[in-house]
Design a protein around this ligand. Sequence first.
Ligand code: ADP
Length: 301
Amino acid sequence: MEPSASRRAQGDNLSYFIEDPGTGTLYRRGQLLGKGSFGQCYKFTDTSTGKVYAVKIVPQSRISRLESRGKVEREIELHSHLNHRHVVGFHRHFADRGNIYMILEYCSRKSLAHILKARKTLTEPEVRYYLRQIVAGLCYLHQQGIIHRDLKLSNFFLTKNMQVKIGDLGLATRDEQASQRRGVVCGTPNYLAPEVIAKKGHSFQSDIWALGCIMYTALTGCSPFEITHKQEMYQCIREGRYPAPNHLSPGARKLIGRLLAPRPSERPSLEEVLEHEFFTQGFTPDKLPSRACHSVPVFAL
Ligand code: ADP
């Protein structure tokens, strides 16, 4: 890329055409999709194939500190080796003088956080639909030895046909690295498990705890552990004490209770989650219509 284009590619003066110097692929930059902790995410079109991507752009100036550069490099190292239908696809990455670019699978229906904001609560069949896909993606990550560490509704992206994709591996780690770094809380995960608060490190079971928080939030519209006073919230987390969601089915309440077990060893495995009565005794739709993004879907049983 000529120097002037590279200069324009910094900050808000991003160029409209960006070239991957490795392959010569020319991308046209489209709308801003959102802002992240290190940079921005834009819609990009590959000008030769017409294929659309979501591209995370991290300005080199934002990661001049070795520590932040390491975080971005780790995210790329982990994410670029993954390939699963329920994990956001990582197409390629490249850098120019101004930025680092991560070319990702485009998820046009944003995230489950956006859906919950519009809907306030989701129905149990929908939660089964989403959770089945999330559990499949998470099972793959765990089999690869990766702990996500920041599972939350805004990191579950949705494609045009309402397929869930787990994204944002910015806080993810390999299991062996997590155990070497016990007690080190890096970044701020949304749903802190009791063992993370106790600085015993984030394990595969801490991701299972987050699933409990996610399921509770999706069904009730509120997080099980709301922040009023931090110390009080930590105490509730340690004891697994949260407002009883009495209006939910017994199966949903029981599964939430198991996922939010204070002791990690008492939480179910991902296989056990799918075998729970919440899944086996209730209807799960095969597909969701896109109107489920803003209104309660009606299922023809
Ligand atoms: P952070 O890593 O700080 O959470 P990201 O850079 O992952 O932030 O994402 C910032 C925003 O960009 C998200 O909130 C979302 O709106 C959008 N975004 C990220 N990835 C995708 C994607 N694959 N498809 C569509 N939009 C995305």
